[in-house]
Write a protein that binds this ligand. Structure first.
Ligand SMILES: Nc1nc2c(ncn2[C@@H]2O[C@H](COP(=O)(O)OP(=O)(O)OP(=O)(O)O)[C@@H](O)[C@H]2O)c(=O)[nH]1
Ligand SMILES: [Mg+2]
Length: 340
């Protein structure tokens, strides 16, 4: 695909064109395929899955990193600084940035591209902001599918930015190999609350914005996080998560974080853990997709939709127990299948 391609074909290209484009590093085609994945339209979905099936045949293995942290923790700025370091080492980088504040992907595209301006200008980088479309923290099977497409496009490193709101990290944990948790200086007290769950899946913690007058408080936070990490069960027997003091503005700690990530992947390969992890990730995607599909089929089933309200009323009035109600709806769903 080049600039002489007719405009109509550029905007509604066929599966072959998209697949070839992705394989040949055409960022616009990759972006187009991700848009199809995100689409709610059945025909787009079908096309997206044809593209995915073809792309999966090409085995590429990228390093997948999840970057998570509270809103405003400095995730995008950190990715920009770390991303430049990665590109300078001769690697190609894809960033899937999930913007929970935006329901419209157009809005978030402008938002995050502006925040990762330097990276967006590099030809070795692909930045794709996606709207979370109501998913907690923004991760969904669609994010996982987008990762697979970036991998087919030959990116060496894929970063997924998610907002740490608890469950979203658990979802992202099923699709990335390494989770970097970003925390603001002075956020040690959050360890008592929901952040504990996030700590359990973190492979490294970076305290952000340690420039200016934050240095002292950052050092205290580091000690708090280190103590908390020591109390947690090990995710991998060969890996002890470390805490780094970083600043995306001065560049402090960025190289150290990258060295830590690289060391992790060297060990993962040595222990054959990466391949096992890939299998777990694919298994998780298979069942997540299946669950979503079943739910959708169930709730759009005419037998279910016609009896749903009446069953709900009977449950609310105490005529039916929720269990019997659920069974009745399930029977309604299964009836046409049983008569086949
Ligand atoms: N002083 C200082 N400010 C920083 C640093 N990193 C980010 N910031 C500022 O913190 C604010 C938030 O940064 P972002 O990178 O957008 O944070 P984020 O976590 O991606 O935010 P959301 O995606 O909205 O959750 C911006 O105003 C940045 O300029 C840093 O290392 N030092
Ligand atoms: Mg951000």
């Amino acid at each position: 695909m080049n600039n002489t391609t007719p405009l109509t074909q550029r905007y509604n290209p066929d599966v072959d064109t998209v697949v070839n484009g992705i394989m040949n590093g055409d960022r616009q085609m990759l972006s187009r395929a991700i848009t199809l994945i995100e689409s709610q339209r059945r025909e787009d979905e079908q096309k997206a899955h044809e593209i995915l099936d073809r792309c999966l045949a090409k085995k590429n293995e990228a390093i997948r990193i999840g970057i998570t942290g509270s809103p405003g923790a400095g995730k995008s700025t950190f990715i920009e600084a770390l991303g430049e370091e990665i590109i300078n080492q001769g690697l190609r980088l894809a960033v899937l940035a999930i913007d929970p504040s935006s329901k419209q992907s157009r809005g978030s595209i402008l938002g995050d591209k502006a925040r990762m301006e330097r990276l967006a200008g590099r030809k070795e980088a692909f930045i794709r902001p996606t709207a979370s479309s109501g998913c907690l923290g923004g991760t969904s099977p669609k994010t996982h599918e987008a990762i697979l497409l970036c991998e087919a496009a030959g990116y060496d490193v894929i970063m997924v930015e998610t907002v740490g709101v608890g469950q979203s990290e658990v979802a992202v944990d099923t699709m990335v190999d390494f989770i970097l948790l970003l925390m603001l200086p002075g956020s040690g007290d959050e360890l008592q609350g929901i952040k504990r769950g996030i700590m359990e899946i973190a492979d490294a913690v970076a305290i952000t914005k340690t420039d200016g007058d934050q240095a002292g408080i950052a050092a205290i936070s580091r000690a708090e996080f280190e103590a908390a990490l020591r109390m947690l069960p090990a995710k991998h027997s060969f890996w002890q998560p470390q805490v780094f003091l970083t600043s995306a503005i001065t560049g402090t700690g960025i190289i150290e974080v990258w060295q830590n990530i690289s060391a992790y992947f060297t060990l993962m390969r040595k222990h054959d853990t990466l391949e096992k992890l890939r299998h777990q990730q694919l298994k998780s995607l298979l069942y997540t997709l299946l669950e979503e599909r079943l739910k959708r089929e169930f709730f759009s089933n005419p037998e279910v939709t016609s009896s749903k309200e009446s069953i709900e009323r009977q449950v609310l009035s105490g005529q039916l127990s929720p269990f019997t109600g659920a069974n009745t709806l399930m029977d309604a769903f299964m009836r046409p299948l049983k008569s086949l």
